[in-house]
Design a protein around this ligand. Sequence first.
Ligand code: ACM
Ligand code: ZN
Length: 753
Amino acid sequence: MRILQFFIVLLISNFCLAQKEPLIPMPKNIEYQADSFSLNPNTVIQVADVKAFEALFLKENIKVKTGLDLKITTKPISKNAIKLVIEEVKSVTDLSENYNLIIDKSNIQITASANQGLFYGIQTLLQSIPFEKTKNAKIASVKIKDQPKFKWRGMHLDVGRHFFPKEFIKKYIDYIAMYKMNTFHWHLTEDQGWRIEIKKYPKLTEVGAWRKGSMIEHYNDQKFDTIKHGGFYTQDEVKDIVAYAKKRHVTIVPEIEMPGHSLAALAAYPEFSCTGGPFEVAKIWGVLEDVYCPKEETFTFLEDVLTEVIALFPSEYIHIGGDESPKTRWKACSHCQNLIKEKGLKDEHELQSYFINRIEKFLNSKGRQIIGWDEILEGGLAPNAAVMSWRGTEGGIIAAKDKHYVVMTPGSHVYFDHYQGEPKNEPIAIGGYTPLEKVYSFNPIPDELTADEAKYILGAQANVWSEYIPTTKQVEYMIMPRMAALSEVLWETSNPKNYKEFEKRIIQHFDFYEKMGINYSKSIFEVTSAVLPSDKGVAFELKSPNPSGIRYTTDGSEPVLNSFSYTKPISITENTTVKANYFEEGKVKSATIEQDFFINKSTGKKIELVAPPHENYSIGGSFTLVDGMVGNPSKYGRDWLGFWGKDLNATIDLGATETISKIKINTLLGEGSWIYFPKEIQFLVSEDGKNFKTIQTISQKEISQKGGRIEVNFPKTKAKFVKVIAVNNGIIADGMPGAGSQSWLFVDEISIE
Ligand code: ACM
Ligand code: ZN
């Protein structure tokens, strides 16, 4: 009898057990209960005001997910209600983003002290509802108490390189709100297009919003089409979008770039340049020489523009750009040079600082704060400026230590214009390699900061530059699912050590993308890899959401279901090509990845670097140079080490004295990304590790002639140690992309035979 009862209870509870839907970002405190709420045609939304946006938003989205069209009422309901409750809370801290959500058998209740918290509770509730047309949706009972960590939870979008219509901007805001993010950084002006109507300067959009063609394929290919491209947002459209965002608790931070990235404005008004023009709106990507000249007329123009901008955008911060502004024109301009003397400035960097300071003063006088890219640190930071740290986290660290607010957007973790999967299986991207797991591992607070300094980190955001993103579908592809990972980082419920758990949730969440028609990336199904040192050669580790589904070959053939099944890292002791992909239920789920290994005397040996590579390009550390994989030029985010302004100085310990007669190394050229060949490469050998003998030095000219693939052959020589020094190109010469800035040096694979 007791056993029978037990089975009946089990049966009933199983029957009531609702599926736990994937929540992203995962709430701070969550306690599931055994039973569930039944959402049905009689369920009512109870709220203080039937016209409240939150109630209407909930109603509309429940309809999208289930087909149920619920009534909204102000009458107290005792059962089968979704209650939206604002409870005044007196507190010194801002609790407006916090909420509680209780789902039980009888009712659902969301409580918050402000509409924003209520809205986030609604987002969590919506994620908790299964996405299927039904008259009885089971929602798992739960108690959630939730609050975010960071104040700035942002997404950026560049509409300058490619224009995206207003309807898509709203969709983008919907995505931001769905993941409980709260800031949209709208990059509105660029060399390739000015995108916002300014009434006082109509030519900004008549001329500046249109270009006669665009770069196609990769920058390195230097190809263009002749298709007119452009568009802009009228002030009425901007007002509509700002209001749309406000309802969804998203602040729009507009960016009006200066002094660089402003060729579209100069094409319309060449009088604000140093040379007077004429100019055309740019077709080429990159960093261009013509920038605003700091004349009084230019400041008047910019203040007029900003006056119209701040009337449209109520945000505390106005982004003024400040990045990638070459000093070439300023150096040759008599006005600029006189101004430097007159103001007692040291150089053009201080002139840029003077420029930004003046703009800051103006915006501060209107009650606004400026935020700019980390170059605004150069030549001295404006007194109240916040810094957006993109060239790594160093700029952010310096600013926070100096008590300036910071938003972290380092290229290493949150540049969503980078590849997220194997480049050959992806749409063309600018470069870099930022897979989902990398985003998920991001910590916006660097270890270098004390707890007090860390308070200056407002948060983080992902940047979506659109040079290589011509369509809205591709924007979706680049942000999904990476922005889901970022949202959890910013909510502070990410746990990189348990990435597998997040990965499981994201795969469940893909169903939402499918049903909403969102064009997301499935690159996480692709087999990923890591190379590890091993006794003889290296070991090749393959990873996928379910490693037992991996099949691989080592004979160059395409993997099929009965190829080798992956169980442990593959030992590579001779030249081999590994091809792998991932199968689920007998079907291939991902594109094939392919890796060649070249095993030689340096493979897997000890290697020491005098200076470490830049944090953005250091996956795998120094071992990258002796891992048996010769870097693929399109994967400089992964297979290569990147040094910014620094030299490569590497010493390989062969472990024993060997007879050698050949050393190889590769280096990259990517001018559009400021990557230049080294000035020279020196090859040295030693038997004792102290006294080194130079074997050969290769000049930049020769490196260039060989396309960066260097091989030195020499008479048989005994050596235990091999040293390779690649001297950085240093400050980029005038007239070249990135002029005046430090060069990047990318190197890979030092092979020794
Ligand atoms: C930037 O990526 N140029 C800020
Ligand atoms: Zn000038």
